[in-house]
Design a protein around this ligand. Structure first.
Ligand code: AHM
Ligand code: MG
Length: 338
C-alpha cells in the first residue's frame, strides 16, 4: 500500500477523464469521502454508545430502520447538499427522491443514488456493513428541480459508482468508467490511501455466495447450479466453497478480490429478488464490469434495465464472468413457469 497516494490526490490526478466535468466530479467524490469518514467513526463506536438497534420506524419497503441507517443517510445527504455539485438524492432510506433546494445546488449537474448503510442488520453483531453510491448526470434542465427522469436512468448512464466497506479495515472502492481502484482508510492519518490499484476479478472463481436458507424457494436453474458447485471441482482441483456474509458489500468485495459469484435470485417471498436495482445492483454492476466481470438479472445485463420505479427490485447474478455464464446455462436449461 502506498501511503504516498491519497484518494484526494488520485481523484484530482484522474479528473482529466472527465473533459466536461473536471473539478465537479472530484468535489462530489470528496463529499462522499468525508461522509464515509464520519459514518466510519460512528460505526466504530457501535456497542459503546446507544447507536445500535432499531429506530422503531420501518422504511418504505417495510424493513425495520436501524439507528445507524438513519444516521448514515443523514450524513451522506448533508455532505452532498453542502457542496454545489448535486441537485438531489434518492436513497434506500427515503420514500421519495429528495431535491436540494438551496441556492447553491441550483446549477448542480448530478444526482446521487445510494444505499447509505447496506447490510445494516449486521451492525449489532459486529459484522461488516457498507455504503453503496451511484452518480448520474441529470437529464433535466440545469437550474430547475430534479425530476423523476433524472433518477430513473439505466445503469449504463452512470458516471461513477462505488462503495465503502466498514470492515476489519475501512475501504472506499470506486470507478468512473476507467477501471476500479480501492483505497484503505488510515485512521492515524485520517486519510484514504491507494491500496488496490486497478482491481480485476478473476474470470473463474471458487466462491459462491447465496442465502441457501431459501433453497427450496429458488428457481430450478439456481438449485441445479448450487448442486453443480457442490458436486464438481473446478479445473484447479480445489473445490467450490460457499461464503455468505449477508452484507452485499462484504460478499461482493471478497468475491472481487478472490473470484466468485454472488446470487440473489427471486424467491417466493421476494418474487422480483430482494436487492434494489438503483441503490445496490446498478452500482455493483458498473464496478464488476469495470473489473472484468458481469452482472445480470438471470436474463439480461443489469445496466441495460430501464428502471420504472425508485425502489424497484431485481434478481442479481454478479461476479466472475465464467461463473455467471454457467448459472445462465442452468437457468436456460431448467426454465420454470413464471
Ligand atoms: P439492506 O439494504 O436492507 O441491508 O438489504 C440488503 C442486504 C444485502 O446486503 C445482503 O446481501 C442481503 O440483503 C441479505 O439478504 P438475506 O438476509 O435475505 O440473505
Ligand atoms: Mg442494501
Amino acid at each position: 500500500m502506498s501511503e504516498l497516494r491519497t484518494l484526494g490526490e488520485f481523484i484530482v490526478e484522474k479528473q482529466h477523464d472527465f473533459p466536461h466535468a473536471s473539478g465537479e466530479l472530484s468535489s462530489l467524490l470528496a463529499s462522499i469521502r468525508l461522509a464515509a469518514k464520519i459514518v466510519n467513526r460512528e460505526i466504530n463506536k457501535a456497542g459503546l454508545v446507544d447507536i445500535t438497534g432499531a429506530t422503531g420506524v420501518d422504511n418504505i419497503q417495510g424493513e425495520e430502520q436501524q439507528k445507524l441507517d438513519a444516521y448514515a443517510n443523514d450524513k451522506f445527504k448533508a455532505a452532498l447538499e453542502a457542496r454545489d455539485q448535486v441537485c438531489g438524492v434518492a436513497s434506500e432510506e427515503e420514500d421519495e427522491a429528495v431535491a436540494f433546494n438551496k441556492e447553491l445546488n441550483k446549477n448542480a449537474k448530478y444526482v446521487v443514488l445510494m444505499d447509505p448503510l447496506d447490510g445494516s442488520t449486521n451492525i449489532d453483531v459486529n459484522v461488516s456493513v457498507g455504503t453503496i453510491f451511484s452518480i448520474y448526470r441529470r437529464v433535466s434542465e440545469v437550474g430547475t428541480p430534479p425530476t423523476e427522469e433524472d433518477f430513473l436512468q439505466p445503469g449504463n448512464k452512470q458516471v461513477a459508482a462505488g462503495y465503502v466497506i466498514y470492515g476489519s479495515s475501512t475501504m472506499l472502492v470506486y470507478t468512473t468508467g476507467n477501471g476500479v481502484n480501492g483505497f484503505t482508510y488510515d485512521p492515524s492519518l485520517g486519510t484514504f490511501c491507494l491500496s488496490h490499484e486497478n482491481m480485476t476479478i478473476p474470470q473463474d472463481g471458487r466462491i459462491y455466495s447465496i442465502n441457501e436458507g431459501n433453497y427450496v424457494r429458488f428457481p430450478t436453474g439456481v438449485k441445479k447450479y448450487i448442486k453443480f458447485c457442490q458436486e464438481n471441482v473446478p479445473e484447479d482441483n480445489r473445490p467450490y466453497t460457499s461464503r455468505y456474509i449477508g452484507s452485499l458489500v462484504a460478499d461482493f468485495h471478497r468475491n472481487l478480490l478472490k473470484g466468485g459469484i454472488y446470487l440473489y435470485p427471486r424467491t417466493e417471498s421476494h418474487p422480483k429478488g430482494k436487492l434494489r436495482l438503483l441503490y445496490e445492483c446498478n452500482p455493483m454492476a458498473f464496478l464488476i464490469e469495470q473489473a472484468g466481470g458481469i452482472a445480470t438479472d438471470g436474463n439480461q445485463r443489469i445496466m441495460d434495465i430501464k428502471p420504472t420505479e425508485l425502489h424497484q427490485r431485481v434478481p442479481l447474478f454478479i461476479g466472475s464472468t465464467n461463473m455467471v455464464k454457467t448459472v445462465h446455462r442452468f437457468l436456460e436449461q431448467y426454465p420454470d413457469e413464471e
